[in-house]
Design a protein around this ligand. Structure first.
Ligand SMILES: CC(C)(COP(=O)(O)OP(=O)(O)OC[C@H]1O[C@@H](n2cnc3c(N)ncnc32)[C@H](O)[C@@H]1OP(=O)(O)O)[C@@H](O)C(=O)NCCC(=O)NCCS
Length: 210
């Protein structure tokens, strides 16, 4: 059983979900994360001891592997890297409840992003909005800061076909040290990854059902 791979605090957390679907998703994803990490660290999945950063980012102390997890809709995304800080995000694309995404973009995006989104053709707006959102989330998750890092304090590209960190006044060296990537995502989803690395990296993606 997958839950046997989890620690007592993870099982307690799983028990707090109201809906079975959410509980099962969490258990399946944690078990998959434990298996992936165990494979690389040469340990049993149940032996992995997670610690958490001040804003909740999980990590394995003293391990040469960094990781990050994201959930949306029916899917989870797990990113692993060797010694390089990583953030990943997956977002299920939905249509705007009103005419377009401008209201939400004005609330969460930087001025430059709002402007760039407004220049996209109407048929690219939704894709551009979710590309931007996913890239921003991957970026803040790479830093492990959550919403303590204001979403307007940095800018990413909104072009659905091109991921790039465009501005990071709060941490200017990030323009030299952080790269954003779009990842392959299931139809109807956008997925992104941020790495504390500008050299070319090899990305291996695989999908599996839990
Ligand atoms: C908590 C946060 C890090 C991500 O939250 P989220 O988008 O709801 O969730 P995701 O599914 O992408 O990520 C959750 C996973 O990230 C990891 N995580 C938790 N805190 C984290 C942190 N501070 N930094 C990085 N990763 C973190 C965990 O592994 C978690 O999964 P788990 O609980 O199953 O272990 C935070 O960035 C947040 O609340 N974001 C929402 C921001 C928002 O409203 N954006 C609007 C549009 S731009």
């Amino acid at each position: 059983m997958l839950r046997e791979l989890l620690s007592s605090d993870e099982i307690a957390r799983a028990e707090r979900f109201i809906f079975d679907r959410d509980r099962n998703h969490f258990i399946g994803c944690r078990a998959a994360l434990r298996r992936l990490l165990a494979e690389r660290l040469g340990m049993a999945p149940g032996e992995i001891d997670f610690s958490y950063g001040s804003k909740g980012k999980p990590f394995v102390p003293h391990a040469a592997i960094e990781f990050n997890v994201s959930h949306s809709g029916e899917f989870a995304l797990i990113g692993l890297s060797e010694r390089i800080a990583i953030g990943v995000d997956i977002e299920k694309i939905r249509e705007p409840t009103r005419n377009d995404w401008s209201d939400l973009a004005k609330r969460f995006f930087s001025e430059g992003e709002v402007k760039a989104l407004s220049t996209l053709s109407p048929e690219d707006q939704t894709e551009g909005f979710f590309a931007c959102w996913s890239r921003k989330e991957a970026y803040i998750k790479r830093h492990g800061l959550g919403l303590a890092l204001p979403l307007r304090d940095f800018s990413v590209s909104v072009d659905p076909a091109h991921a790039e960190l465009l501005g990071a006044d709060w941490c200017p060296r990030d323009l030299r040290q952080t790269t954003l990537y779009d990842l392959h995502a299931p139809v109807g989803y956008r997925a992104s990854m941020a790495l504390e690395q500008t050299a070319k990296v090899q990305i291996h993606q695989r999908s599996f059902q839990i």
